[in-house]
Design a protein around this ligand. Sequence first.
Ligand code: GAP
Length: 590
Amino acid sequence: MSEDAASETDVQTSEKLVELAKRRGYFFQSSGAYGGVGGFYTFGPQGAALKGNVEDAWRDRFAVAEGNMEIDAPTIMPEPVFEASGHLDTFDDMLVDCPECGESHRADHVVEDNTEYEDAESLPIPEVEEVIAEYELICPSCSAGLAGQAVETFNLMFATNIGPGDSDPGYMRPETAQGIFVEFPRLKEYARNQLPFGVTQIGRAYRNEISPRRSIIRTREFTQAELEYFIDPEEDDPDLESVADVDVTLYPAREQNTEGSSEIETTIGEAVEAGIIGDEWVAYFLGIAKPWYESVGVDMDRFRFRQHLSGERSHYAADCWDAEGKIDGNWIELAGFANRTDYDLSKHDEYSDDRFTIFRQYDEPKTVERATVDPDMSYLGPEFGGDAQTVVDELETLAERDRSAFDGETVEVELEGETHELPVEKTGFSVDEETIAGEHITPHVIEPSFGVDRLVYTVLHHAYREDEVAGEERTYLDLEPEVAPTFVGVFPLQSDEDLEAVADEIVADLRDAGLSVTYDDSGNIGRRYRRQDEVGTPFCVTVDYETIEEEETTVTVRERDTTDQKRLPVEDLDETLAEIRDGDLEFSDI
Ligand code: GAP
């Protein structure tokens, strides 16, 4: 199949999936009774269960299995947090307004969708304006020409006021990460002041996207699962050995910039050795993420890691790779893996009253020279009056930073823009030897940041199947048992008290065994199977007359994908199904 034909089929799949999602309770646009509002979606009963299972699987892998801590911080944070983080100044998208219909569009998307530019986000605004004019690009809503329209920046944060009045501005957090960074002074205590350590958070983030699109792929309120891993960049190394053999498809920046080049198939170990992934910590988390994505049902033939181009990186990132899944013939970003360096902690250290450093203990105490001052206040007092203490502070800073300033007979200090000369002998300047056990450092942060909603969409899209069963067309979702909203459906064959009583007992037993079960007694059995197939329930159990009439109590168990059926004893049904769910038994091996 050609690439175009493949993406056309994919688009059809998306249309059918969105219809199925609404009909079967996966997701649908919120506030529909009031006309709906762009960029907000509700997860229905199936969707909320699937999303919850994906989040649990993420928690198991990235928090529990890695020994990291999980927190749950507020979604509204005060303005100074975002002044410090840089979001207030730089968390912008490019906006272009249509002169005819007044609709606002993301200028970089208009360019990417209609020209050969793949990464218009990294272009400077004047260049985007030039491209719009050169290609005579038009408004996606009403087709009016956009040439000559100003492209402007638009800050994506939702603003609010904390309490009555407008004296305390706040913002809905645009990433869960800041909720972790601002608590670093307390979190380091829980980690007993030892690096490295990781803190995770799964929660809502808010971005006032200019043009939310493609159902839950780009929304204004979405869930992130983020890990902030704090390291000492000079001392800490990841356990690369444990992920060295993980196969990966990589699309490095160099290949993206070279015409005719495409993705490369390699392993994490080889990629690090060849310098393709420059940051070992980022490589480590890519190595963990790849098998995890596979375990929740992302199709590995439609999955890759792509390195950010230099203009594309966020204001805080030194290097960044995205996990991408292919949907509708396009690659979409599922997660970002960034080295945020000491950017965030340094900024919060600078802007707040707390300290965002950690004490690095040396293996052996070190002897160092320390320059200090002990000024003669009987001289400074009369000389500088109320400013004497400021002069002391200036001298202390100068001694620390530039001891050569004290080499001559006099030393210069700045006071409110004026330079004053003091005799060095009045400063009590001296250089002494001191033994120190360590130093305060600002940790660096490695951040795997997952979008949950996009992942749920990708899992559903990659699981969507159509086939024919007994001459009838069937749609089913080939969801992994670990994440399927319901693991087993239980049906009495007909409306009959005896069959229903046994079915009720089976439901109770299976629920006791920790399985998620749905009971369905409406419609013919074929329709009930189709209903469960469509929501991706891996197994169905039917209680029929053989169950209640034969000496050994058995039921029919049907597997979703193959539609194979087996008669299994009720006695150990809970154990058998639990083993299958946990991956310890295959249905075909029973
Ligand atoms: N703390 C880093 C950070 O927020 P990001 O790349 O902006 O990085 C991380 O976001 C992930 O969040 C993305 O990879 C994507 O999966 C998801 N995401 C971002 N914006 C989104 C939106 N408007 N709708 C749905 N998911 C979004």
